[in-house]
Design a protein around this ligand. Structure first.
Ligand code: MN
Length: 712
């Protein structure tokens, strides 16, 4: 094994070399006297990890972080010490690796493995953290034989399900293949043993054939005046193992134990050689893969073909350029190797730019896009993955709180929840969970159950449903009666009557704020104590005050208690109380619809009134204008936009007078942005014709920009 110090000298210079050396000395001192399971000095481990990363060609900050990756966890050195000595960048990398250190993969389900991979990527933020972690795992796997069989197997399974796929997705086939072979060694020791001994045998038998193919291809290169290399390469054990398992084949039935690799300088030469090879040997149909035209999602590029040679044996031949070969071995790490040429590119985004180029060039493969997003940590913006204290991964919607977590575990846990710990610290229940948090729910048997406020805290619809279910179950009818009485008392105490405050319009607004789905639910939750009467009444009074001008007019019409009086007929009902909705102020001629309100007869809305969209369908009823509207007059709201308030008022007043109508009230303001006056008028009139006339007339006025009918 080469000495790490020598290796640093050979690969880095100037302040990069100084940084690596400093980290080496620092970590050596910090780990002094510590031993590994093998009995070696502990420091040999960070050195080996650094060596793997030097070989991959990573930058000096990564190498420094590799030396330091275990000091925070295992020695008295603090984050502050590292920041002081090595700066922010190295510290971030070390902290990133330390965080990942704490995650332990426990499950054996494939779905969970995917979650773990996501967590790794999301938590790492900087892709170098994952590469360091992969190197760390690789060395740990190389020295696994000193641990107990049980730990060996656990570690190997975790490696196979989390780390090797990550290496694969980053395109680092070197690390991926070695990790997989090591996993096979510990998970299927007999099979591994069988493969190693028998493959060597068969390789020996076949060595002459491989050499023959290599020589033939070399001749083709020479004939075409193409410079390049040709060699035979044994496939890694795990891929052979998988082929045997998946296709149920014996070793003798696997023909491509060895692939012949051809490396040339240009893409054109790749295709030229492919043609020559197919000219000489017949390709096996369906086995020609052009990963140059269509790279794999992990950016792998190469031409693959399987041919039947003249002596009857099947061979796989891979053709690629030197650059493709390098990228295939080193994957994403290849970038740092070429980085020296473009020093100014230092931030994470520009480091990714070359990947982006490859991706775009690939023509937007869904997978590669996802891959890129994964690297940037964006893909999981709609979910946050957290841990139970036992280490299971739970996926929650972004913005989820400990309450969502509690209800996700079980509704009984949610209903008894009285507090929560995140990463062992007590937190408020509305704390937004971050990816990788370990969440613990504190429950109490004395808990009365959820509070109504929780509906505003939880982010997942399943938690919301479970909380509502709880209330529904708990809320008996008597709660509803008590609640209504409490609200009436509270309204009275404040000088109002509940009947005035609680209209279907005000309830729609209240429901939007407090998550009630109907009035009964509101009454029961007040009665049950989930929400206070005071809270509800304050909001209702607030709405009442805001809509008071309209409300008063509505009241004015309310006195006409028989249906002919205000010109509206309700289908199939006589003698019912009819009023006009304060929100949309219908006038004869408008298309209208009735809403059956509780205890307040029928309220007439315009068909296009937005408030009706929330109304339950079975409470809507057909109503018509009776044509006997001369007994009464109606109230309509219009909004007029013009240059300034005074001239708008003057113009509108003149028009209203001319048409013999009346202004009931006005309310004006100036828009800060446009500096235009916005004046709302309530106009008393007899029908839609008059209203249309007025609007038409106003539109002709030069100082008026726009006029339209309002709905509140
Ligand atoms: Mn380590």
């Amino acid at each position: 094994m080469t000495n790490i110090l020598e290796s640093l000298e050979n690969n880095y210079e100037g302040k990069d070399l100084l940084l690596c050396r400093k980290a080496y000395d620092f970590a050596k001192k910090a780990h002094a006297n510590q031993k590994r399971a093998s009995g070696e000095e502990y420091f040999t481990h960070p050195c080996a990890v650094a060596q793997i990363l030097v070989d991959l060609g990573l930058d000096s900050a990564t190498i420094a972080a590799a030396f330091l990756h275990d000091v925070i966890e295992d020695t008295p050195v603090s984050e502050g010490d590292i920041k002081k000595e090595f700066g922010e960048e190295v510290l971030e990398l070390v902290v990133g690796v330390t965080k990942l250190e704490k995650i332990e993969f426990t499950s054996q389900e494939e779905e969970q493995a995917e979650n773990f991979r996501k967590i790794f990527v999301a938590m790492a933020k900087d892709i170098r953290v994952i590469i360091i972690k992969l190197a760390d795992r690789l060395h740990n796997m190389r020295s696994l034989n000193f641990l107990s069989v049980e730990r060996q197997q656990r570690m190997a399974r975790e490696t196979l399900e989390v780390y090797a796929p990550l290496a694969d997705r980053l395109g680092i086939s070197q690390i991926k293949c070695e990790l997989e072979d090591l996993c096979l060694k510990y998970l299927e020791p007999d099979f591994y043993e069988y493969l190693t001994t028998n493959i060597d045998e068969r390789m020996k038998e076949n060595i002459g054939l491989v050499e023959h193919v290599v020589e033939e291809v070399k001749k083709m290169l020479a004939d075409s005046n193409i410079k390049g290399e040709v060699f035979g390469r044994r496939k890694h054990l795990y891929s052979i193992y998988r082929k045997m398992k998946e296709r149920n084949k014996t070793l003798d039935q696997i023909y491509d134990l060895v692939a012949v690799r051809v490396i040339v300088n240009t893409v054109d030469e790749c295709y030229e050689i492919l043609g020559k090879i197919h000219h000489k040997w017949k390709p096996v149909p369906g086995r020609i893969k052009d990963y140059i035209a269509t790279p794999k999602p992990n950016m792998y590029r190469s031409l693959h073909t399987t041919v039947v040679t003249n002596f009857g044996r099947i061979f796989e031949i891979q053709i690629r350029t030197y650059e493709m070969n390098h990228a295939a071995e080193y994957g994403i790490a290849a970038h740092w190797k070429y980085k020296e040429n473009k020093k100014e590119e230092d931030d994470f985004d520009s480091r990714l730019s070359w990947i982006r180029e490859v991706m775009e060039w690939q023509g937007g493969l869904k997978d590669s896009k996802e891959f890129l997003n994964t690297l940037k940590g964006d893909i999981y913006s709609s979910e946050v993955l957290v841990f139970t204290p036992k280490g299971d991964v739970i996926s929650l919607p972004k913005g989820a709180t400990p309450l969502d977590f509690a209800y996700h575990i079980h509704s009984a846990i949610g209903n008894k929840c009285v507090g929560a710990k995140v990463n062992s610290k007590m937190v408020p229940l509305n704390t937004e969970l971050q990816v990788g948090d370990v969440v613990e729910v504190i429950t109490s048997q004395n808990s009365k159950g959820p509070s109504w406020d929780w509906l505003k805290i939880v982010k997942s619809s399943s938690a919301r449903v479970k909380i509502k279910q709880f209330f529904k179950r708990e809320m008996k009818e008597e709660n509803g009666k008590t609640g209504k009485a409490m609200l009436e008392a509270e309204a009275k105490r404040r000088g109002f009557s509940l009947g005035d405050l609680l209209t279907e319009t005000s309830f729609v607004r209240l429901a939007a704020r407090m998550s009630f789905s109907n009035q009964d639910e509101m009454f029961s939750s007040v009665g049950y104590g989930a929400v206070s009467a005071n809270q509800v009444i304050i909001k209702l009074i607030d709405y009442y005050r805001k809509t008071q001008p309209q409300t008063e007019i509505t009241k004015y019409y309310k006195v006409k208690e028989n249906n002919s009086g205000n010109g509206v007929k309700v289908k199939g009902m006589a003698g019912i109380l009819v009023r006009f909705a304060g929100c949309c102020n219908p006038v004869p001629g408008d298309e209208i619809v009735g809403f059956i309100s509780r205890g307040h007869g029928v309220t007439v809305h315009r068909k296009d009134c937005p408030n009706l969209k929330q109304a339950e369908n079975d409470r809507l009823i057909e109503v018509t204008w009776s044509g006997r509207s001369d007994e009464t007059s109606y109230n309509a709201g219009i909004k007029v936009i013009g240059s300034d308030q005074v001239s708008v008022l003057t113009v509108v007043a003149a028009a209203v007078a001319q048409l013999k109508l009346h202004i009931v009230s006005t309310n004006g303001r100036t828009d800060n942005r446009t500096k235009q006056a916005i004046v709302e008028f309530n106009i008393k009139l007899n029908g839609k014709d008059e209203l249309d006339n007025l609007i038409k007339k106003l539109k002709q006025e030069s100082i008026i920009t726009d006029v339209f009918r309002t709905t509140t």
